[in-house]
Design a protein around this ligand. Structure first.
Ligand SMILES: *Cc1c(COP(=O)(O)O)cnc(C)c1O
Length: 476
């Protein structure tokens, strides 16, 4: 039976610390011991009240040391292993042809099967280089759902970014096992409509970050590959969470249960002509990225751009120690006990919130849980930011920092209100233990209790663009 399938049996168990249960109903423990600790500074409710007022009710303006549990993002916030830190010391900082680059290159080659590995400083640098080559006015780039930096880089080149998720993706209660899939029919219709010559590549984001961290099935990647072949188009993976996606395939897709995750990962990359990767996710490092390309001409031109703006091809804007940390992180992320713990612990948070009557985007995603704030605060109109009200309550009551993904982020002049008002709880890798997560669940139960009293907000100060980072609010 799959881990996902155990949830209901497990929830019938009396509540023991246990909750992350294995096949014999034993706890799926964190598969690591803690060697270095970073103290969390405790704050009182009164202190947090003052901090929140000073920050204009915007958690991006709160200092990290004033946060107890920081679930703002899983990007670059993971904990490195002893072996990664050892690599940092071992690193070769030579300008060209460093040993650290060779180790990084060999590791990525063996995982992905790509011959040529370009390091970049993070995911968006890979995107910028790729779309400087493939983008441009009049072009159209489809994806299951573009991440915001991908969309911005495509649009910056003059091209248009199109999202083609399956219909199930927009219903928070729909438990489709591969809610990240590309809508293949809509893709074929788009190609028929705009013409293949205007489409420089087709992208698939695994897992689909903008769509709730939902996975894409191997079958769906194969189906998109078939469409690419029919029209002679390259397939590019946004592979930031390739390992989490492959583990979901192992758990949920027919016939995949007995395969090593590394095999599934290899098959995913074999289907692609290129990939952009932010190593701040499944590379389990604090900074780093990768660009993979098979086409020799494209690769040559990408290398030239890399040298122009990032750095020489054997360091790509990073230090040798970053390359060492990535080489090791990309290996550790494929350990199946790690992936079991990772996916199950995110699922645990999601299941417990559902049990407490808090609607989330179901089923739980790989890296984050998305809470439906409209459902929690039906008394707050969208224009008065129900998601931000929940974000403020989480901080007030428990010092938890989460991220609004709703009208604050996507609204404003000239924008239609978004379909969903979500609060994202992103889980950093290997950072928090189960008792931290149990604490988050307890705070959420309190938030739910006082939800009818949560106060609507009004923006009193905002910049012209990307207002969620710096806007200031007042409570109504
Ligand atoms: C984080 C992310 C990116 C961008 O990566 P950065 O390292 O933040 O530049 C691109 N795509 C997806 C799906 C991501 O999650």
């Amino acid at each position: 039976m799959t881990i996902a399938g155990r949830t209901s049996a497990e929830s019938r168990q009396p509540r023991r610390p246990a909750a992350i249960a294995g096949s014999s109903m034993k706890t799926i423990i964190e598969p690591f011991r803690i060697k270095t600790v970073e103290p969390i500074r405790m704050t009182t409710r009164e202190q947090r009240e003052t901090i929140l007022q000073h920050a204009g009710f915007n958690l991006f303006l709160v200092q990290a040391e004033d946060v107890l549990i920081d679930l703002l993002t899983d990007s670059g916030t993971g904990a490195m292993s002893a072996e990664q830190w050892a690599g940092v010391m071992r690193a070769d900082e030579s300008y060209a042809g460093a040993k650290s680059f060779t180790r990084f290159e060999e590791r990525l080659r063996s995982i992905t099967g790509f011959d040529h590995i370009l390091p970049t400083h993070q995911g968006r640098a890979s995107e910028r280089i790729l779309f400087a080559l493939l983008g441009g006015k009049g072009r159209v780039v489809p994806n299951n759902a573009h991440f915001d930096t991908t969309q911005a880089n495509i649009e910056h080149s003059g091209a248009q970014a199109i999202n083609l998720p399956i219909p199930e993706a927009s219903d928070p209660t729909n438990r489709h096992p591969f809610k990240g899939n590309v809508n293949v029919e809509a893709l074929e219709a788009l190609i028929a409509d705009v013409g293949a010559d205007r489409i420089p590549c087709i992208m698939i984001t695994v897992t689909n970050n903008s769509g709730g961290g939902q996975p894409v099935s191997l079958q769906n990647i194969k189906d998109v590959r078939r469409v690419c072949d029919q029209h002679g188009l390259p397939l590019i993976l946004d592979a930031c969470r390739f390992a989490e996606n492959a583990y979901f395939i192992k758990l949920r897709e027919e016939g995949q249960q007995d395969r090593p995750v590394a095999d599934i990962v290899r098959e995913m990359f074999d289907l692609a002509d290129g990939a952009t990767i932010s190593a701040k996710k499944d590379g389990i490092v604090n900074i780093g990225g990768v660009l993979l390309l098979r086409n020799a001409d494209l690769l040559r031109r990408a290398s030239e751009l890399l040298i122009l703006t990032e750095g020489y091809t054997t360091y790509g804007g990073l230090a040798g120690r970053d390359l060492e940390a990535m080489a090791q992180g990309f290996e550790e992320v494929l350990h199946e006990d790690y992936l079991q713990y990772r996916i199950r612990s995110t699922g645990y948070l999601g299941d417990k919130l559902l049990e407490a009557g808090i609607q989330i985007v179901e089923p739980p995603g790989g890296h984050a849980i998305y809470v439906d704030a409209k459902h929690l605060c039906p008394h707050i109109p969208q224009a008065q930011f129900p998601g931000q009200a929940v974000v403020c309550a989480l901080y007030r009551l428990g010092g938890i920092r989460a991220c609004e993904i709703g009208s604050v982020m996507f609204g404003g002049k000239g924008h239609a209100p978004p379909a969903m008002e979500l609060v994202r709880l992103a889980i950093p890798r290997r950072v928090y233990t189960q008792s931290h997560i149990d604490y988050v669940i307890e705070v959420f139960r309190d938030v739910k209790q006082m939800a009818p009293e949560l106060r609507p907000l009004r923006i009193i100060e905002q910049p012209p663009a990307l207002r969620h980072f710096t806007a200031r609010f007042e409570e109504l």
